[in-house]
Structure formats: structure tokens, C-alpha cells
Design a protein around this ligand. Sequence first.
Ligand SMILES: [Zn+2]
Length: 262
Amino acid sequence: MSTTPKALYRDEGVVLRTQKLGEADRIVTVLTRRHGKVRAVAKGVRRTKSKFGARLEPFSHVDLQLYTGRTLDIVSQAESIRSYGSVIAGDYPAYTAGTAVLETADRLTAEEKEPSLRLFLLVIGALRALSESTHPAGLVLDAFLLRAMSVAGWEPALGDCARCGIEGPHRHFSVPAGGTVCRECRPTGSAMPNPVTIGHLEALLSGDWATAEASESGQRREGSGLVAALLQWHLERGLRSLPLVDRSDAVPRRDVGLLREA
Ligand SMILES: [Zn+2]
């Protein structure tokens, strides 16, 4: 066992996903506050008397002690800080939105152990909002996705032209260009969303919840479609969880497909 004090480290994190390993172990993927995304082995967690098995489920915010292994690190201790899972799992829209939050966080951290404090804080904020029903789940998800794209360096243009930077507002919106585009720059096939929808997305990005919550379902639906299309454009493969998000208060799913083709 390589439990030298040197190799031990401690951090807090949110469990993004788990995979079975062998008979009794599990690989947990955790987005930590200081060490970025960490994949670690939790030994014996699938045995019924495991002390920390239940603490290492998706949506759990945990305080971890780990030691560095040859390929994967090993979890030696896990204390629960807050478990969002049970509350979120009992609310279908919150659960599907939360699952998309976790998958997005996983996909945006391609490199392991690359610190991403801002993303960590966004994930914690989104899970807290979903578990406390602070805002409608669909809006929490779209606000998270817009901000997570910004953290990743893909902040969409929602006013000025995404290509030449000329001051907006502009009527055209191009997913490949990265947002609103002026008349001169607009590529063929650009969409023309309702200007109110762009204002709605700006409100979600900046945290103006009063404006975001005053939006009508048509704008929410159109906004969700644009956000999903932007995210799918940036990610190499689409998110598995995004088409499953329950937007019963807002979105017919086919809009997403339509926008991707736009
Ligand atoms: Zn332009």
C-alpha cells in the first residue's frame, strides 16, 4: 500500500458519476474544488456494510481524503457535506436538469486534475437551486449551461456581433458563429429568434432572475433550444442527458433539432 503521508491529499467535491469496478469497488468521478476533476477508486463501496458507499453517489457534495495511485487515486475517507441526490431524485424536472448539469461538468473538464474552481462553484450553485426549488428547474439548467460555456471560453454573443463585434442588438443568430451576428457577417441559415428571447438569455447569464422568471413559455422554449444548440456545437459529441430534460413547462423537444439544422 502506498499510503505515504506525502501522497495523501484532501479536497471537497461533487460526485459526477460512478462506475462499477470488479466485484465490490467503484470508480467515482468527482469535480473537486482545488484539484479539478478526479477519478478515484472507492474500495468495497458496493458491499452493504460499506461506510462510505452511500456518500459517494452522484449529486453528493463530499469531503474526501485521497491518496495518489499509479493510474487512479484511491478514496480513503469520505464525509458527507451535503447530499442533494435524495431531494433532486424526488422531483423529475429537477432530476433531469441535475443530470444534465453533472454530465456537462464532466464533459467540460476534459483534463483531469486541472483546477476549475469556477465550474465547481457553478455546479454547487445549480444543485442547491434545484434541491431548494429556488427557481424553475429549466431556467436553473439554462443559466448553468450559459455560464459553464462562458467559463469554458465559449460565452455566446447576446448583443454585439459574434464575428466583427459591432454593437448590437442584431436580429440574426448563428450557432456556428457563436451567437448574435450583424447583417454583414451572418452566415446563410442563421436563425432569427425573437429579440425578447435574447434578452431572456442575457438575464439568465447575468443572474437577473426577476427578468428571467418573468419570461413567457415561448421565450423559455426558444431560449432552451438556442442554449442546447450552442452547447452541442461546442461539444464533440452531444450530451446524452440533454434530450431527456423534462421541460414540460416549456419545450417541445423537436425545436432543438430544428435549431441544430439552422
Ligand atoms: Zn458582424
